[in-house]
Design a binder for this molecule. Structure first.
Ligand code: SF4
Length: 234
């Protein structure tokens, strides 16, 4: 178990899964640079993080819910958590309610929590976004003392909602990355740059200079030179 002082942001999991150097630049060296993608993402999250609770039919919808998991040492905010009723208050029987859903403070009945995370862009093949969503579910499970089996990712570009099952494999991957995050932050060292296609969408490319690092290390020098010459061609 971690203490309150050890908690790290859930969003850092996504940075670490994308690139350990990017994660260290942001969370160890406190470097941040905005590009079009991060600006769009920030605006999307600002809108989603309007806090409050509303009803959508029978579903209780909370926005900007604070999350915390001492077991994994994580803290953050959920864009949206939907609470679907599993047993209505009038049908609630103490025996039947056992294991039938989550108990919400100040609310009758039993509930199933379903986190929803808003993302710009479109669905990714890698698990970067799913890991972040799964971390939110693990926080909710610790806070509400019950199972959170499923959530959703909503992609702004495609306006599509992807349903995500929190399988044992995804949970294990999320826990592994959370442990790696604590190790990386505790070490306080930024890993060296390694140029790869993901660098082209990285907001820190101007700070990181991965092509120059590759050149210094003698890696891919001809590829780097060819790319540099190509960029100079009319
Ligand atoms: S530019 Fe590439 S190596 Fe550098 S932080 Fe971004 S993804 Fe990582």
């Amino acid at each position: 178990m971690y203490t309150e002082n050890d908690l790290l942001p859930i969003s850092a999991l996504q940075h670490l899964a994308f690139c350990p150097r990017q994660c260290a630049l942001i969370h160890v060296e406190q470097v941040w640079a905005e590009n079009r993608q991060t600006a769009e993402g920030r605006l999307l999250h600002q809108r989603a993080h309007d806090t409050g609770t509303t009803w959508e039919g029978e579903v209780l919808v909370t926005r900007g819910l604070d999350l915390r998991c001492l077991r994994l040492g994580l803290v953050g905010k959920a864009d949206v958590v939907e609470f679907h009723p599993t047993i209505n208050a009038q049908d609630l029987d103490a025996d039947a309610a056992e294991g039938a859903g989550l108990v919400l403070p100040g609310r009758k009945g039993r509930w199933r929590a379903h986190p929803v995370e808003y993302k710009r862009g479109k669905r990714k093949l890698e698990d970067v976004d799913r890991v972040q969503l799964c971390a939110q579910a693990l926080c909710l499970e610790e806070m509400l003392k019950g199972a959170v089996p499923q959530g959703s990712l909503f992609y702004g570009k495609t306006r599509r909602r992807e349903e995500v099952l929190f399988t044992p494999a995804l949970r294990a991957e999320t826990e592994r990355i959370a442990m790696e995050l604590h190790t990386l932050i505790a070490a306080g060292k930024t890993p060296p740059a390694e140029y790869s296609p993901r660098c082209e969408s990285c907001s820190l490319i101007e700070v990181c200079l991965p092509q120059a690092a590759g050149l210094r290390q003698g890696h891919s020098a001809s590829r780097y030179l060819a790319k540099a010459l190509n960029e100079l061609m009319p």
